[in-house]
Design a protein around this ligand. Structure first.
Ligand code: CA
Length: 245
């Protein structure tokens, strides 16, 4: 599957990295624009409103976080951050200001492409059908009936665990920060109480694993160290199978 004509704005001051991104994304069917600094990036964004922005945070003329803020003032255009390894604080801050995801340098082009695909698909709305049912492999989550099943087995979750799973499944394939989970499941007053999240995610994983005879859900909830969690997106595998038929 290719970029299917989506326009991506690449904002990166490193000439070599930018050239690789422009070439590779172009060869995958994206229409690519590029900018080497924040001012040019915002001009390009204003002029053409790309479908997605790929943004390096360390720019020569302004903080990448200000680029996010400026874009978010007007639009929900997906923003994927290019960030250095060990820059967890920076990533969390960018995500909390409205960036949609990140890739860590040095990154693989397959990983980058997968991230772009997820944030672009996101435009179609959150996962699940109108009744609030989400199915991932053997896991069936039913918001209306307040029911979680793995295969034939019902999984008994506490209200917090249920809510945690609901939020995570609503963001399949995307990063969800600890802060976002705390706000969504516990409320604003619990900001900074990361241990609540660790403990409940651990219990949730344990309960799902106990009901999962196939092991298919083993890596359903992936930890992004220092940042949060990501629920595996099942779609790429399904798409690959469909492509063969
Ligand atoms: Ca840079």
């Amino acid at each position: 599957m290719t970029g299917s004509g989506a326009t991506v704005l690449v904002v990166e001051d490193d000439d070599e990295v930018r050239a690789v991104l422009v070439r590779e994304l172009g060869s995958r069917g994206y229409r690519v624009q590029d900018a080497a600094d924040g001012r040019t990036a915002l001009e390009r964004w204003e002029a053409s409103r790309p479908d997605v922005v790929l943004l390096d945070l360390g720019l020569p003329d302004m903080d990448g976080l200000d680029v996010i803020r400026r874009i978010r003032r007007d639009a929900m255009t997906p923003i994927v951050i290019l960030s250095a390894r060990f820059a967890e604080r920076e990533k969390v801050e960018a995500l909390d200001r409205g960036a949609d995801d990140f890739v860590t340098k040095p990154f693989g082009l397959e990983e980058l492409h997968a991230r772009l695909r997820v944030v672009l698909r996101r435009g179609a709305g959150p996962g699940g059908d109108a009744d609030g049912r989400v199915v991932v492999g053997p896991l069936a989550f039913d918001a209306r009936r307040h029911e979680v099943r793995v295969g034939e087995e019902a999984v008994d979750l506490t209200p917090r665990e249920f809510e945690l799973l609901r939020v995570l499944l609503g963001e399949q394939g995307r990063i969800v920060t600890k802060g976002k989970l705390l706000r969504a499941v516990w409320g604003q007053a619990y900001q900074g109480e990361d241990s609540y999240v660790y403990v409940h995610v651990s219990q949730l994983r344990h309960k799902l694993a106990a009901a999962d005879r196939t092991g298919a859900l083993r890596d359903l909830i992936v930890t992004e160290p220092g940042i949060g969690y990501r629920v595996r997106a099942p779609e790429p595998a399904a798409a690959a199978i469909e492509d063969k038929t």
